[in-house]
Design a protein around this ligand. Structure first.
Ligand code: PEP
Ligand code: MG
Length: 533
């Protein structure tokens, strides 16, 4: 979920349609071919009209896409396929656009970045020919509540918080990337609302704090979320008796970094570099990566920043690092495992990170996602140091790594607990799946017991252990994590002040007592109330 309460008219996100059938051949190919140009023009005209209502980058993007929709080369190739090859018009557009997309991808660089636009145009023109709603997030003409089965992280990242009042999805858990991105955009969201699409509501009230979604009258007033007043916090992460716990930001873009710095983050505990490339069809060059990372690091000159190397795979596929099709992608070649296969990609990323550190003046450390063993941790640390980066760490997201925390800490300078994945793998519960969302509750006592092991390993080795999963964003749980021995907490900008303020109101002994009480329970609800007591 993502906090905030809003209500307004519903716009449903249409599911992608299957590829159009390649037959039967049209009885009048000339007439069939003649349908294509008007459909493309209608799409272009609609995009131009939307561009007229938009401003800034959004207007430029819409105008560029409109121009592509009107591209005579695409239309004439599709017409040729109808007349010469006997394809129905939708199939002809599909094949013509795919041919263009392939050529753009092969050209690389800027051209390759246009592949998604061509696919978008393709789907819009096909929908126009078939008389159905185009798939994906529609262009919103006014403030709306978006309802979808699920949204890809790339689609969520592109949402305009000025137009999207709230987001409701049928799939996804509290720690899915859709929920994380919605929180970072400040859009109230409730995930795992099964059956919401079938209700067909015209307007909804969405409460991202309680998870309640209510059908309201179609003419009910439109209400946008109002940001909570900022909690009082002096900007130094510490308990009431002065025990230091750094309060850091989770970021994935320059806008996130600015928001985290403005909220008072003492540094960055997790920079998700893959969020820069969710849409990239080809590996960005070292120089491109260096510039992209430096832009995110800029607000943190002189402050600590932990950059995570690309966490590709499972729910965050990167086009240039997609593995072969896998039966269970979450258990497959993802995170650091991709780097074992492609160490050249890791080395180029490390070179770019080292350059960005020099350009920005941030105190950069690097960590790897999805590490399972101390041997993997040592392999990664050696490559980081060879790249001239002083501090190397790893994430603890796999139960095996939590159980081997002491050996892992011996191989690196720090660890950071990814509670989102650690919960997913501990409970064997897909974090994207609404049906098992309750198992991914970060208050699960079994998850807390694994974190306690990591806290003990940190104390034994004298090295830092932070939390950068969504667990750290809950002020009460933040105290429990402090009591379990975590030395830093990293979260979305919107949670920073509340967590900092919450820590300052409890002593270390209070935090330890809350942790001990929560550990002894058997359910998330019991753990919450034990910690509160
Ligand atoms: C985590 O798994 O807790 C984490 C912080 O990484 P991500 O959410 O990006 O998988
Ligand atoms: Mg993770």
């Amino acid at each position: 979920m993502s906090p905030g309460r809003a209500s307004g008219p519903v716009v449903a996100v249409a599911e992608p349609a299957a590829a159009p059938a390649s037959g039967p051949a049209p009885s009048d190919p000339q007439a069939e071919a003649a349908r294509i140009a008007p459909a493309a023009q209608a799409v272009a005209a609609r995009l131009e009209a939307l561009a007229g209502q938009a401003t800034g980058d959004a207007a430029t993007i819409l105008l560029t896409t409109a121009a592509m929709a009107g591209d005579p080369a695409l239309v004439s190739e599709a017409e040729r396929l109808v007349v010469a090859e006997g394809r129905p018009a939708p199939r002809a557009v599909y094949e013509a656009a795919n041919g263009f997309a392939k050529a753009l991808a092969a050209a690389g660089g800027y051209m390759a970045e246009r592949v998604r636009d061509v696919e978008d145009i393709r789907d819009r023109v096909i929908a126009e020919l078939q008389g159905v709603t185009p798939p994906g997030v529609p262009e919103l003409t006014g403030p709306s509540v978006l309802v979808a089965r699920d949204l890809a992280p790339a689609d969520t990242a592109g949402l305009d918080p000025a137009r999207v009042l709230a987001l409701v999805t049928e799939e996804g858990g509290p720690t899915s990337h859709t929920a994380i991105l919605a929180r970072s955009l400040g859009i109230p969201a409730v995930v795992a609302v099964r059956g919401v699409l079938a209700v067909g509501a015209e307007a909804l009230l969405v409460d991202g704090d309680t998870g309640v979604v209510e059908v309201v009258a179609a003419d009910a007033p439109v209400v946008a979320a109002v940001r909570e007043g900022a909690a009082e916090w002096n900007g130094v992460g510490a308990t009431a008796d002065g025990h230091r716990v750094k309060v850091l930001g989770n970021v994935g873009s320059p806008a996130d970094a600015t928001a985290a710095a403005e909220a008072g983050a003492e540094g960055v505990g997790l920079f998700r570099t893959e969020f820069c490339y969710l849409d990239a069809p080809a590996e960005p060059s070292v120089d491109e990566q260096r510039a992209a990372y430096a832009a995110v690091l800029a607000p943190f000159a002189g402050k600590p920043v932990i950059v995570r190397t690309l966490d590709a795979g499972a729910d965050k596929p990167l086009a240039f690092l997609s593995p072969e099709a896998e039966p269970n992608p979450a258990l497959g070649v993802r995170g650091v495992r991709v780097a074992f296969d492609r160490p050249d990609v890791l080395d180029r990323q490390l070179e770019a990170i080292a350059g960005a550190a020099a350009d920005s003046g941030a105190e950069v450390s690097v960590m790897a996602p999805m590490v399972a063993t101390a041997t993997e941790a040592a392999w990664f640390a050696e490559r980081v140091r060879a790249a001239g980066i002083a501090r190397a760490g790893v994430m603890i997201e796999v139960p095996a790594a939590a159980l081997a925390a002491e050996e892992i800490l011996a191989a690196v300078d720090f660890v950071s607990v990814g509670t989102n994945d650690l919960a997913q793998y501990t409970f064997a519960a897909d974090r994207q799946l609404g049906a098992v969302a309750a198992l991914n509750d970060p208050w699960q006592p079994a998850l807390l017991r694994l974190i306690a092991l990591i806290g003990r390993a940190a104390a034994a080795t004298g090295k830092p252990a932070g939390v950068c999963g969504e667990a750290a964003a809950d002020p009460l749980l933040a105290r429990v994590l402090t009591g379990l021995g975590m030395t830093s907490l990293s979260m979305n900008a919107s949670a920073i002040r509340a967590v900092g303020a919450g820590l300052a109101q409890a002593t270390l002994a209070d935090c330890e007592a809350a942790a001990e009480a929560a550990l002894a329970t058997q359910s998330p609800a019991e753990a919450r109330s034990a910690a509160r007591g």
